[in-house]
Design a protein around this ligand. Sequence first.
Ligand SMILES: *Cc1c(COP(=O)(O)O)cnc(C)c1O
Length: 236
Amino acid sequence: MEKSSVEIFDENYSRVLEKIASAAARAGRKSEDVTLLAATKTVPVEVINHAIRSGIKYIGENRVQEFLSKEQELLPVHRHFIGHLQTNKVKDIVGRVELIHSVDSYHLAKEISKQAVKRGTVCDILVEINVGQEESKFGFSPENAAESIAEAASLEGICLRGLMAIPPVCDDFSKNIKFFEQLYKLFIDIKAQKIDNSNINILSMGMSDDFECAVECGATMVRLGTALFGRRNYNI
Ligand SMILES: *Cc1c(COP(=O)(O)O)cnc(C)c1O
């Protein structure tokens, strides 16, 4: 008989926690310093709630519509938005999630600021860095990142909490490390800038194929989908 989604999760979850703990130990870090976020796109809400009951404290959704359709039924959990966000959907997300990981342009930051101010709230954001400088991906270029990040952070209603990235898929492990190291360095540099409206302590990098490497390179948050829930039927 095929395994159920819940059984798959149960098997994977403890293994993932062990892997995070050993990667942290290898880098002389504590496993508590790494937050596991479950990337829940395409995962049915019953399975997500099972994961929450099992100990998952952070979830991230990719699509506004999907998030809104699951939102009401979710058990209490820290809710993050991790997908590309269109400006016209910002109004549906601000105030409903704790952190937006994927702020990939100044234009988007401006709209988040506008909506946050309108609601009298402050929205925590991460700035997405296009670390591989890939045309197909969104995000700030690493070259002038420091400058543009400070500019985005200066907007009212926004609190900059750190950086997020989806590095290119690498066949070669050493290339992967290079991207993660570059991100870590940028994270440290930006933290040292003491930007107004910021409280920078989140470096969101590492997915199912590379999270151990990301943890060794200083990630404070890893976003895992497949490693927890098994293969998705389709990719988003
Ligand atoms: C889907 C997704 C993940 C998780 O991907 P896996 O490879 O399944 O772990 C992480 N971050 C973002 C932004 C995603 O869209």
